[in-house]
Write a protein that binds this ligand. Structure first.
Ligand code: ATP
Ligand code: ATP
Ligand code: MG
Ligand code: MG
Lengths: 249, 249
């Protein structure tokens, strides 16, 4: 039965999509069957995997045209599959909110697939929206990528509070871990913020810290995960360590 | 009568709040009466101005408890005022969407203030939400801070498409400018993306490019604008040039 993880943080640009992609690719490289779900109307995860033309069946068709999830699945590789998003989902939240059981849509959609995958990883959009809520209601664990900058702390406590409220809708949900991303040890501010987060979260704070590494930004432009793009880079090294840490949970 | 500008981009972490803050502070330094409106439940703009304790009257009370906007205004300085946001707005979008004329709420709210300010600057949240829509319906011009990285291009065209649709709800709306932010000339990727954006937007692409500058991240942690924090920094120099460019529009 699949482990279902959601990568979420309402703060923008904290490395959610980069982390979801590379953790997914890393788990697939270990031999796991992994399904990635791009829950973001911006379609960053979909684009990061090199999919530039709008696929025929995307999350838009699944949420608003009752299409079957199996029809949307793209085989990135034998072990790594993707349910792509679509830019057409921008501004579609009001339409989605008119559906019955509007916070359970993703949970219901993935339930027939749980026996077919070892991991289902969900990439959520920034800001606390109905789509993010769907990702958190569907997940067993939420991983929170946090950028090592001052504003990361602001709102983190609130985000944890919201997760606590969602536990009423989803009793299984727990925090899988808080992941420090885009870390630059030369920046004093970064070190201060990492220490603060470690203090707040104790053993929920992942030991692996992801360093700022230009190869990670370049691999995105190249439409591939970091292990394919630059296996010897710091980015690949860090995400390998993170994959090992997550796979033991 | 106030010039009403919204700083918006559904991509996260592109410098919307940093830009709204420093353009506002810069225009106020020129002698303009400036009102900043923090439309983001994450409250980053509010925190950037050093407001850490939740004020009694915030955007939450204005949108959901019918409170008067004048009661929420905080005088940061004689010329620079703020309508603060609150973390309580996280997850409040569904409640807000049940209000009558739910996309006109901000427009109506600020209309009594238009004669009292030279500029009203709205900081919008990431992702295409009802709050973002309110900011775009209230604005005369939208400024789009864009980070000089590959994913910036993805979705930018869609965002422009959405702005075109919103012109049906708000005939006045036009693009004030696209602002390249967090630019690092050593990164080849950055240079390529800036050239692409310049090509796509022609004279809508602001001449001033905001460089990546550690003082900008530090000033945020210090709770003040860049001109107060580090007037001789590259960050202050770049935002000064941007303020001059914007003030001539
Ligand atoms: N460790 C890193 N080193 C260098 N660049 C990175 C790193 N992590 C992410 N980036 C880059 O930073 C930008 C933001 O990352 P990403 O899109 O993964 O964040 P996000 O949290 O998913 O953003 P959003 O809130 O918009 O969904 C991207 O351009 C990405 O390539
Ligand atoms: N030019 C710059 N140089 C250095 N750091 C910057 C610069 N611009 C922004 N930052 C930092 O980058 C982070 C993101 O910036 P900011 O919060 O302004 O973006 P945003 O688009 O408002 O994000 P969100 O999508 O979450 O609203 C902040 O920590 C900020 O301090
Ligand atoms: Mg993302
Ligand atoms: Mg912001």
């Amino acid at each position: 039965m699949a482990k279902i993880y959601c990568f979420s943080n309402h703060k923008g640009g904290t490395g959610k999509s980069t982390t979801c992609l590379n953790v997914g690719a890393g788990l697939a490289n270990q031999g796991n069957k992994v399904l990635l779900i791009d829950l973001d109307p911006q379609t960053n995860l979909t684009v990061m995997l090199g999919i530039y033309d709008r696929p025929k069946v995307t999350l838009y068709e699944l949420l608003l045209e009752n299409e079957k999830i199996e029809k949307s699945i793209i085989k990135i590789s034998e072990k790594l599959h993707l349910v792509p998003s679509s830019l057409d989902l921008s501004g579609a939240e009001i339409e989605i909110s008119q559906q019955k059981q509007r916070d359970q849509l993703i949970k219901k959609m993935i339930s027939p697939l749980e026996s077919r995958y070892d991991y289902i990883l969900i990439d959520a959009p920034p800001s606390m929206s109905l789509l993010t809520l769907n990702g958190l209601v569907a997940a067993q664990k939420v991983f929170i990528p946090v950028q090592s900058e001052f504003l990361a702390l602001n709102g983190l406590a609130k985000f944890i509070e919201i997760i606590e409220k969602i536990k009423k809708l989803n009793k299984e949900l727990e925090i899988g871990g808080v992941i420090a991303t885009r870390y630059d040890h030369r920046k004093v501010l970064n070190r201060g913020v990492v220490d603060k987060i470690r203090e707040l979260f104790g053993d929920k704070f992942m030991k692996t810290v992801i360093r700022e590494n230009i190869a990670l930004a370049e691999s995105v432009a190249g439409g591939m995960d970091i292990f394919t793009y630059s296996p010897k880079s710091n980015g690949a090294e860090d995400y390998n360590l993170l994959v090992n840490e997550i796979s033991k949970l």
